[in-house]
Design a protein around this ligand. Structure first.
Ligand SMILES: NC(=O)c1ccc[n+]([C@@H]2O[C@H](COP(=O)([O-])OP(=O)(O)OC[C@H]3O[C@@H](n4cnc5c(N)ncnc54)[C@H](OP(=O)(O)O)[C@@H]3O)[C@@H](O)[C@H]2O)c1
Length: 293
């Protein structure tokens, strides 16, 4: 039976890029109009479209950034935990495969997991980062989604990056506009590499929890060095420490490297972040040149 996808959050930063992948593949897909809080509307859409696969890219991440979630806790928990679980339950009772977007921002480096030590967080490690309410809700939702893992796939994304120069939500755009940045290696999700894999995993009805980033870790300075090399030779930036950064934020930010061996076991060709990031910037340069023509 061929897959019929129903996408929640199709207008969002990641959701609309998932839709582009489905479009390119010629898949049968529908963009859900129902809100996560309206179970009856969701059921009606299930009846209308008869999806075999739901992809949930809907969630609250905070605008302009995750700090917003600290002051809107009820709203954030309601959507990211209560409604997310409700959608999982509806999918489960109907035998519909669910792909849920999770986050890898539920860990932070600790004594046993130091940067570039080769010891990275696996899917079996307990979350150790609760410095932001957003991360807390995502960790709680993931834990409770384990009840539905026979038909649910949770993909832990981190610091999504694209080669679109107009992309205001990409890590690159964020970094170039900050006054100062920290310089710590982190796992990152290069969307052009990983989103086709998301669709493939959903199509194959793979279940379980997966760290969903490129292999390896990349620092903000490495990102900005590539930006300077390929996009703006005059660009300069300043660093500060995590402690200094904490003073200007409502919520702390997590820094970690995820172990992606489980994902690589299924998709061994996912490029290392260092190699793929160079391609991201080369592509971005091409995109900028095309825009000028
Ligand atoms: N961006 C990141 O850095 C990042 C990293 C890791 C994981 N993730 C996860 O990826 C998912 C998508 O993130 P994103 O960055 O793409 O977020 P986004 O750009 O803010 O998009 C969120 C999407 O969810 C929809 N949505 C929000 N509340 C909804 C509700 N109650 N019912 C139905 N739809 C609702 C929004 O539609 P409306 O605008 O109409 O409300 C929008 O389409 C989230 O689960 C997030 O936790 C994101």
């Amino acid at each position: 039976m061929s897959s019929v996808f129903l996408i929640f959050g199709s207008t969002g930063y990641i959701g609309k890029r998932i839709v582009s992948v489905l479009e390119k593949l010629g898949s049968t897909y529908y963009c859900a109009k129902s809100r996560l809080e309206n179970g009856n509307d969701i059921i009606q859409e299930f009846e209308k479209y008869q999806p075999t696969n739901v992809i949930n890219a809907a969630g609250v991440v905070g605008k302009p950034n995750v700090d917003w979630c600290e002051d809107h806790k009820q709203e954030v928990q309601f959507i990211n935990v209560t409604c997310t679980l409700s959608l999982a339950h509806l999918c489960h009772t109907r035998g519909i495969h669910l792909t849920q977007l999770g986050t890898g921002c539920i860990y932070e480096y600790d004594d046993d997991h130091q940067p570039r030590s080769g010891k990275c967080f696996t899917e079996l490690d307990k979350p150790n980062f609760d410095g932001s309410f957003y991360s807390k809700t995502k960790a709680i939702a993931e834990e409770l989604l384990k009840t539905y893992l026979d038909n649910t796939l949770v993909l832990r994304i981190r610091m999504p990056i694209t080669s679109d120069p107009e992309d205001k939500r990409s890590l690159v755009s964020k970094l170039i506009h900050y006054e100062k940045v920290i310089n710590i290696p982190n796992s990152m999700t290069i969307l052009q590499d990983l989103l086709p894999i998301l669709v493939d995993m959903s199509t194959k009805k793979i279940t379980g929890i997966f760290n969903f980033t490129n292999p390896g870790a990349f620092s903000h300075n490495q990102v900005l060095s590539l930006y300077k090399k390929y996009i703006d030779n005059d660009f300069t930036w300043k660093n500060f420490t995590v402690e200094e950064q904490d003073k200007i934020l409502n919520a702390r930010r997590s820094n970690n490297e995820l172990n992606v061996n489980k994902l690589l076991g299924l998709y061994p060709k996912i490029p290392n972040v260092e190699d793929s990031m160079v391609n991201v910037f080369k592509q971005m340069k091409k995109n900028i040149e095309l825009q000028k023509k």
